[in-house]
Design a protein around this ligand. Structure first.
Ligand code: ZN
Ligand code: ZN
Length: 127
């Protein structure tokens, strides 16, 4: 054998990130796991986070942007089962029932009027 080594195949490595969100009904904190599949971020899982551990476990802020999709197995908000999200002008993400036109942001308590599609979310790196 001679010639160059073939490049390691990185495409099989799933790109995974965690977005920290809050339940807009209960105010509870939860993490949403996104997996990059093709050119879309697909949310595959949601789990409760305790307030104290959210910062300690280093869900560092960074932005993911692009298309979003929901895996059919996505369980919804772990508190109220809402299956979608909205992003407030305060840059935080809350659960959303997919239908309401207005919602109270669970982070800053402003009344938010929803329009359009969420295009980017603040995310942390899953370690
Ligand atoms: Zn909720
Ligand atoms: Zn807000």
């Amino acid at each position: 054998m001679f010639g160059r080594e073939s490049k390691p195949n990185t495409e099989t490595m799933p790109q995974v990130t965690i977005v920290t969100a809050r339940c807009s009904k209960s105010g509870g904190l939860f993490g949403v796991r996104f997996e990059k599949i093709g050119d879309a971020w697909v949310c595959t899982w949601a789990f409760k986070i305790r307030e104290e551990s959210a910062s300690r476990e280093g869900y560092d802020r960074n932005e993911i942007s692009g298309k979003f999709a929901f895996d059919e197995k996505y369980p919804g908000c772990p508190y109220c089962k809402n299956g979608s999200f909205f992003k407030c002008s305060c840059e935080n993400v809350g659960c959303y029932d997919g239908e309401s036109k207005q919602i109270t942001c669970p982070w800053c308590h402003r009344r938010v009027t929803l329009s359009g599609v969420v295009e980017s979310l603040s995310a942390g790196v899953d370690r």
